[in-house]
Design a protein around this ligand. Structure first.
Ligand SMILES: [Zn+2]
Length: 347
């Protein structure tokens, strides 16, 4: 077994099980050190047992490397593989129909891994495409990208096209919806991106009428393709820092918001993160009734989280969301045609 693959796979499975990214990063760092090492030095250090003298390779990583180099599945990895059953019951049929993911973050904003690691992991999962949707500039807590960094990322995306083919890496953004409903990114830049996800991240407790006006203004701008995690709620006891304590959903006139999504051809995101599962059941059913389109996305902040789609699939199935109204079941050509048609009509 290739030691780099063994380390990456170990990290992936730990993240899939919701391990803290601190524990996981060590394995990826070790993989990166190995990749930069020439073959002779690797052999010498393997023989002498001095891999751990290298900065970035700790005891647990070295153990994995040694066992993989001996041609066997490392014990640690074998245990993880054995334990890696289905994450949730239900939604299998829908999961089989998903082709991509339109909400992912890299270490350019608040994710844990570089663009290439996210993209290759998505391809390994069998996805046909993902959009990288790092945060917009104003979201300082999440290290949002300014124009310069966004343009640098567009160049990185273009450079990865050939190595990833036929997998498609789409450009995107999770643009923050300001208190007055303005989108936190200049229109010319938004227009250059393949997918624009817009979400509320601040003042989630504002009065319902103000929140409704805010969301409607954003949707009616015509410049967003997807409404991200529409209530901002956090399930109590869920994964992550905020998830532990929970956070109530924000309040707004859902009938008006979903009607605007239909009118402006904006898809409502089914956010699959276990601590979000947003929209909650009643709202998701209401959006189905209203005739909305949907995305089903993981909001992954690490490669292993790209495999969290089943949480959203189970929820979508339970709320009887028709698969054909979930744009992430569509081939990339149909997806891109939908985006350009809706922008031509509304932006
Ligand atoms: Zn978000």
């Amino acid at each position: 077994m290739d030691p780099v693959h063994a380390l990456r796979r170990t990290a992936f499975l730990l993240e899939r099980e919701q391990a803290s990214s601190f524990r996981v990063e060590a394995f990826r760092k070790a993989a990166a050190v190995l990749l930069a090492l020439d073959a002779d030095e690797f052999d010498t250090r393997l023989g002498a047992g001095t891999l751990t003298d290298l900065k970035g390779i700790g005891k647990s990583s070295a153990e994995i490397v040694v066992q993989a180099a001996q041609g066997r599945t490392p014990e640690r990895l074998a245990k993880l593989e054995d334990a890696a059953g289905p994450l949730v019951e239900g939604g299998e049929e829908l999961r089989a129909q998903l082709r991509g993911d339109l909400h992912t973050h890299t270490d350019a904003s608040d994710g844990g891994s570089p663009l290439a690691e996210m993209a290759f992991t998505a391809a390994e999962l069998g996805h046909e495409y993902i959009a990288v949707t790092d945060h917009s500039e104003g979201l300082k807590v999440a290290n949002g990208l300014d124009r310069g960094r966004r343009e640098a990322q567009l160049e990185q995306i273009a450079a990865l096209a050939a190595p990833l083919a036929p997998f498609r890496l789409l450009s995107g953004i999770e643009v923050d919806i300001g208190k007055d409903g303005t989108l936190d990114c200049p229109p010319d830049l938004l227009a250059r991106l393949d997918v624009v996800v817009a979400s509320v991240h601040s003042e989630l407790r504002m009065p319902a009428d103000a929140m409704t006006r805010r969301m409607l203004a954003a949707i009616r701008s015509g410049r967003m393709d997807v409404l991200g995690h529409c209530t901002g709620r956090m399930v109590k006891g869920g994964h992550g820092r905020v998830g532990e304590k929970g956070r109530p959903p924000s309040e707004f006139d859902a009938a008006a918001v979903f009607a605007a999504c239909v009118e402006f051809d904006v898809a409502v995101e089914i956010n699959a993160r276990p601590e979000r599962l947003d929209p909650p059941r009643a709202l998701l059913r209401q959006a189905v009734e209203a005739g909305c389109l949907f995305t089903l996305s993981t909001d992954a902040h690490a490669p292993g989280q790209l495999d969290w789609q089943p949480y959203g699939c189970a929820r979508a199935e339970e709320c009887e969301v028709p698969a054909d109204r979930i744009v992430t079941t569509w081939p990339v050509e149909r997806l891109q045609e939908w985006v350009s048609t809706r922008r031509a009509a509304h932006a």
